[in-house]
Design a protein around this ligand. Structure first.
Ligand code: CA
Length: 232
């Protein structure tokens, strides 16, 4: 039987190492990621059987990572957190996590719970796999949503998860004008505590990275829209 793969997304290296040690000893294949972004990339690549996900990460919050993962994959997720209030627990579970473990944890308990969840998923016949891949073409861009890949004229471009989501959303709604607040709600979620400048910064980065100055259009006094360009 192929060994089960566990992805650990945790910025505190000693904790990641303890978990890695424990799971390896139990016969799992383990990979560690120390940021939310690299964790997402690793998840796309390896399609793990289980994700252990820290709540507090340096770049994205664990809750965001959890939401993105559960939207795209059918992978069981255990959230790890130093917080212990009931409200946080409920919030963690609402985002799609299967279980929730507070730090400091007992390694044996984490492994036991992981095994329980894996058994539950196997019973349900759920195999972790990406959704059927559909390619979106627009101008010079080709986007594979399932793989989180954007190519410009066949060359793979590096985008952060948020940049990717923002681009995809706008391309899916060509010529439709969105306010910054609408985009914040759609891409970052209602509970995001940043301000609308976040949207401006991401649009600017997308324009620069993908050479989209003519496609990502500022509608003065309103917001932004995506104007598809003919490939020349
Ligand atoms: Ca942390």
């Amino acid at each position: 039987m192929k060994e089960k793969q566990v992805l650990i997304i945790e910025d505190e290296k000693p904790i990641a190492e303890i978990l890695s040690y424990g799971f390896k000893k139990e016969g799992f294949a383990v990979r560690c990621a120390f940021t939310g972004g690299s964790g997402l990339m690793a998840a796309m690549e390896m399609q793990p059987d289980l994700v252990l996900l820290d709540w507090m990460l340096p770049d994205l919050s664990g809750v965001d990572v959890c939401r993105i993962l559960t939207e795209r994959f059918n992978i069981p997720i255990i959230m790890l957190t130093a917080r212990s209030s009931m409200e946080d627990k409920l919030y963690g579970l609402e985002t799609g996590a299967d279980d929730y473990i507070t730090k400091p944890f007992d390694l044996r308990e984490v492994i036991a719970r992981a095994k329980t969840i894996l058994r539950r998923y196997e019973k349900a016949g759920a195999q972790p796999q990406a959704e059927s891949s559909s390619l979106i073409q627009s101008g010079h861009l080709t986007i594979s949503e399932a793989e989180w890949i954007v190519e410009k004229d066949g060359i793979r471009m590096d985008l952060t998860p948020r940049e990717f989501e923002l681009l995809l959303y706008l391309i899916r709604h060509p010529r439709q004008v969105f306010t910054r607040a609408q985009l914040l709600d759609q891409i970052w979620g209602y509970d995001y505590e940043g301000d609308t400048r976040t949207v401006d910064i991401h649009i600017q980065r997308l324009r620069k990275k993908l050479d989209l100055a003519d496609s990502l259009i500022t509608v003065f006094g309103v917001g932004y829209k995506y104007e598809p360009q003919k490939k020349n």
